[in-house]
Design a protein around this ligand. Structure first.
Ligand code: PEP
Ligand code: MG
Length: 593
């Protein structure tokens, strides 16, 4: 749909969430998939034909999705994402959507109006989900809703396959079906209204290495086709209608970024060793098999966080033991000889594991999530542990439990793990009996009792994404209080230090796998705090390695002493910035790191 041309001032700066690094300059192609629905009441005699029209639309949607699925299933690089289309086909059977709309039509609303009402109810339900990943699955329901609406209104959908020339794609939220039909060569970047770091767009853009900025809220209503624009997927900046001067500046930044990218690849095979000969393991955080090539390309030393929940999401049944075994085995074989840290299910609520009937919670972030869910659903937990242990026969596995809040919890996990190990021994099924056990430190209570926890496990991994949320009482997904979400807050630095000290005293490794680990600017602080392993988005590994090789633990410790005298995160940030610019002006002198 082409919108009326809006006046866009020169150098209109917008800031969203940069989810896939890199700079692209080009013209916009607007894919506005939002159908304009006429909402009206109908006569009682029209109800049955309106219900029939809605069911016809559902069938048409099913046919369309199957066609997309057939057309892409032959493309190797997209196979991994086919499950998204299956999810959409499943949503077409969802009772809340289909029966809900039918009920609303019977209340004498036309099909479009009824569907609109039900979609808005579903959106509210999703918005109340605490878990960022699950909340973003709202986009699947939105995509199906929009497809149905377009069929009902007869509006034509412009797809990515219709893009005639290389352009920056602007859309409300990228439909997985769109991304699967697209021609990679024609896409310079993605810019969307919706989304966060774990939305489909973000994951896909990262694995295809296409710059992307998401979460701009209203970008689709601000732009038109062929409007010149610049996108910086590292900083999240989008510039509409750039001036000659801005254009030149970003062209230069783009060239420097690409030059740096090429140069950084040289670091792939170099060890991450500091100037004082400290070896820091730099590992990757992975969710999908499609990310393996990226991890290898950037030289990650194995996986520091494998988020297994991605195997469970967007489907009606949890994966069985064999399916999990095959997924874990694949990643272990890909990463050999390096270790793979498999985190057990970090999920909350029953939305995506339908056979388990869990009630809604008033406070999901503080509720039945992560290890608490697994300890309640012990059968499911044991099944996952069996699959992980069986996979350990094919490579070096480390098992990590999420959101541990105290010693009793980890002891229960270990007892269950021992039961599963005994079962496998009884069945003569091979596994690695030396498999290392660790926990994510992401609750304040775990920080306080870290010395006790350290006696129970082989390693700690600090999950700063949640640790910051729980320590500072700041919802990690709430844009209204995002200004309070501060990794350099003095309380956070002290929490990290306490965990590192406890780990060191007990002689166990302490890593970090939250987003903070992948920020090169923090490398010296993290060294000084005492971390021995950093796990991050694979694309960050060469950048962090380049910085680490020019720093020393001793200098980090001195810096931490200085930072610990400062009372606010802002002062810490300023001091750190000055220190890093002074030490590595070629890297931190500009914003291209
Ligand atoms: C974290 O909390 O820092 C973490 C790495 O886990 P997730 O982002 O999956 O909650
Ligand atoms: Mg977490």
């Amino acid at each position: 749909m082409v919108l009326a041309k809006i006046e866009v001032a020169k150098d209109t700066y917008l800031v969203g969430i940069g989810v896939s690094p890199g700079i692209s300059i080009g013209e916009i192609s607007l894919i506005n998939r939002r159908a304009t629905a006429e909402e009206c009441s109908i006569d009682s005699v029209e109800v049955e034909s309106e219900v029939a029209r809605f069911h016809w639309a559902v069938e048409q949607a099913r046919i369309q999705l199957r066609e997309v699925k057939d057309s892409v299933s032959s493309q190797q690089h997209l196979r991994e994402h086919l499950y998204i289309l299956d999810t959409h086909i499943l949503i077409l059977d969802d009772a809340m959507l289909v029966q809900g709309t039918e009920t609303a039509i019977r209340e004498q609303l036309n099909a479009e109006g009824a569907l609109k009402r039900v979609l808005s109810q579903l959106r509210k339900l999703f918005d109340n989900i605490e878990d960022e990943y699950l909340r973003e699955r709202r986009s699947d329901v939105d995509a199906v809703g929009e497809r149905l609406m377009r069929i009902l209104t007869g509006e034509h959908e412009r797809t990515l396959s219709e893009i005639g020339h290389k352009s920056l794609i602007v859309t409300h939220d990228l439909s997985p079906a769109d991304t699967m039909q697209m021609d990679r060569e024609k896409i310079l970047g993605f810019i969307t209204d919706r989304g966060g770091r774990t939305s489909h767009t973000a994951i896909l853009a990262r694995s295809l290495e296409i710059p992307a900025v998401v979460g701009l809220e209203t970008i689709t209503s601000l732009v038109y086709d062929q409007l010149p624009a610049i996108i910086d997927g590292t900083t999240g900046v989008v510039i509409l209608n750039p001036s000659e001067e801005t254009f030149k500046e970003y062209l230069q930044r783009k060239q420097s970024f690409e030059y740096l990218e090429k140069e950084l690849i040289c670091y792939r095979d170099l060890p991450a060793v500091t100037k004082d000969q400290e070896r820091i393991a730099l590992r990757g955080n992975l969710e999908l098999a499609s990310e393996f090539p990226l991890a290898k390309k950037h030289g990650t030393e194995g996986v520091g966080l494998y988020r297994t929940e991605f195997l469970y999401l967007g489907r009606s049944e949890p994966p069985d033991e064999e399916e999990q075994l095959s997924a874990y085995r694949q990643i272990l074989e890909e990463m050999r000889p390096h270790p793979v840290t498999i985190r057990t299910l970090d999920i909350g609520g029953d939305k995506f594991v339908p056979d388990l009937n869990l009630s809604d919670e008033a406070n999901p972030a503080l509720g039945l999530r992560a290890i608490r869910f697994s300890l309640r659903e012990v059968t499911l937990f044991k099944l996952q542990l069996r699959a992980i242990l069986r996979a350990s026969a094919f490579g070096k596995v480390r098992i990590m439990f999420p959101m541990i809040s105290g010693v009793a919890e980890i002891r229960t996990c270990k007892r269950i793990l021992r039961d599963v190990q005994q079962q496998l021994i009884d069945e003569a099924v091979p596994f690695d009996s030396e498999v290392e056990i660790g926990i994510m430190v992401e609750t304040p209570s775990a920080v306080f009792v870290a010395p006790f926890l350290a006696e129970e496990v082989d390693f700690f991994s600090i999950g700063t994404n949640d640790l910051i949320q729980y320590c500072l009482a700041v919802d990690r997904g709430n844009e209204h209080i995002a200004y309070l979400y501060d990794p350099l807050h003095p309380a956070i630095l002290r929490a990290i230090k306490a965990v590192c000290d406890a780990g060191k005293k007990a002689g166990i490794g302490v890593g970090m796998c939250g987003e903070m680990a992948g920020e090169p600017l923090y490398a010296l602080v993290l060294l000084g705090l005492g971390l021995t392993e950093l796990s991050m988005n694979p694309a960050c590994v060469p950048r962090v390695k380049r910085v680490l090789r020019q720093l020393s633990r001793r200098d980090g410790e001195k810096l931490v002493e200085k930072l610990f005298t400062l009372p606010t995160g802002k002062e810490v940030a300023l001091c750190l910035d000055k220190e890093m610019r002074g030490r590595l002006p070629d890297i931190f002198g500009d914003a291209l790191i």
